[in-house]
Design a protein around this ligand. Sequence first.
Ligand SMILES: [Fe+2]
Length: 361
Amino acid sequence: MSSIATTSRAAWTAAELADDESWVFRLDARAQRDLVDAIRSARQPDKPLLDYRRSDFDLGHAATFIAAAFGETQRGRGIALVRGLPREGFSEDEFKLLTWAIGLHAGVARPQGKASHYISAVRDAGTEYRTGRGRGYSSNAELDFHTDSADVVALTCFNKAASGGMSIVTSSLRAYRTMEDEHPELVEFLCEPIHFSRQQEQAPGETPSYPNPVFDELDGQLFSKWNRNRMESAQKIEGVPRISAQHREALEQFDLLVRRPDLAYSMWLEPGDMQLVNSHLTVHSRTDFVDHDAPAQKRLLWRLWLATPAGERLPESWRAAYRAVEPATVRGGIRGQAYDERRRAFEETQAADVGMVLPAD
Ligand SMILES: [Fe+2]
């Protein structure tokens, strides 16, 4: 895979990202006011999120900033930060609706787990992370570097922790290039399929794990997927091919690389920040945290997974994980065990509203 474009803007080092502000978008006062107005005029406290339509929210002046930030995730830096979402004066639920409204303008939200839910509260619910069923977002643990199961992840910060909970992002393209330089004998293993566990959240008809390479390329572009926890879990599932010692060594070295300070960019998400990451170009993590005592101050971020109209074709090797690989298709997510007609209808309507294609199944 020597002709791959690992020289793009998405192949950054921590220092390069720190020196560049082009991926940071600060909302001005008018954009902030327009978002407050959008939420205040559309919100009906008892209305389910799935019943809102894109046209219910006029993002006004903020729309340009938000579109530019999503554009940056595509084939720019692969990461973007929107600062200054209106946080003051918004309740947890209003801020959640703001996150949802942004998602309705950006693409089609994807389900995120066993409960087939389309938005997650990222907070410490006491979950054990390192188990065969564990999901990191509902724990306070330090997370391994990983990619989420959708094209783009949007994370809006409502409250910070008392301490810790720092967000860390690494360019997987740059890590690949470094791997080629420093461990040329191992890099080929990263391009072999390996099973990822579904952590017992599989939908009816889905297998407990699926194969996907850590890296694959299409039309000279590199795509990555990474989740050590899920790969290790899959190795314990009956019938899953066991990996060789060399393959494991490649994973080990890559795991060390993505957390190396010259590659890993650390950042604090402040209340009112929205972080966007492209799952195919970056891996991310966050440090463990200590929460506030007062319930209203506890760390809380809202997380959306999105398929977007700008979503490019994915390598065929992504089909098992994403269900579809064609451009601008509604793909990715974790369908889970509560996916029903109502959710399907939401996806159909929303796909039509943003000009995307919903696969038949
Ligand atoms: Fe994540």
